[in-house]
Design a protein around this ligand. Structure first.
Ligand code: HEC
Length: 145
């Protein structure tokens, strides 16, 4: 009878070990991290910002929107202001196209006009990435004191 009890205990013990290991199996694939996904999109958009293949004029966005839009640029006599939180300002009237536009549309407008390229489709990830980047540009607050 003692043998029987010992056997049952061993079986239970082994069962416990198997159970414990089963619990430690690879954790389920985590849901995508929203902040990391956005950071990736912004990073890709930043690369597109100096990509001549968006157009045919040899220019890039950086040719006019200096240092990724963080510095004031020039186009002939015209001053192109540095960007600051553009996403909060659109849709707005875009003077050069003489109509109200969304930020995506303005990006495509600059692709079609200065860059002389083909507009990106609305569901093209490149357009999303470009807009994610443009929207991420904020004026660096000058520290007071
Ligand atoms: C030849 C110069 C030139 C190039 C190259 C250019 N842009 Fe522009 N962009 C302008 C000018 C000029 C404006 C209008 C500025 C204004 O109205 O104050 C403008 C405006 C914009 C605006 C709106 C800014 C605001 O203050 O509302 C965005 C966004 C923009 N461009 C994105 C891009 C992107 C993205 C690219 C590259 C695909 C690009 N631009 C390439 C000249 C250029």
């Amino acid at each position: 009878m003692k043998k029987m009890t010992a056997l049952i205990l061993i079986v239970l013990f082994l069962g416990l070990i198997v159970f414990t290991y089963a619990q430690k199996e690879e954790p389920k694939k985590m849901e995508a991290d929203p902040a990391a996904e956005l950071a990736k999109s912004i990073e890709n958009g930043k690369k597109l910002f100096s990509d001549t293949s968006l157009g045919t004029s040899g220019m890039t966005c950086n040719s006019c929107h200096m240092e990724g839009g963080t510095k004031e640029g020039k186009m002939g006599d015209m001053t192109i202001p540095a960007w600051d939180n553009l996403a909060a300002k659109y849709p707005k009237y875009f003077g050069m196209a003489k109509k109200v536009m969304t930020l995506d549309q303005v990006n495509n407008w600059c692709i079609m006009n200065p860059l002389k390229g083909k507009p990106l489709a609305w569901d093209d990830q490149k357009l999303t990435d470009l807009t994610a980047y443009v929207a991420s540009v904020k004026k660096v607050e000058k520290k007071k004191k």
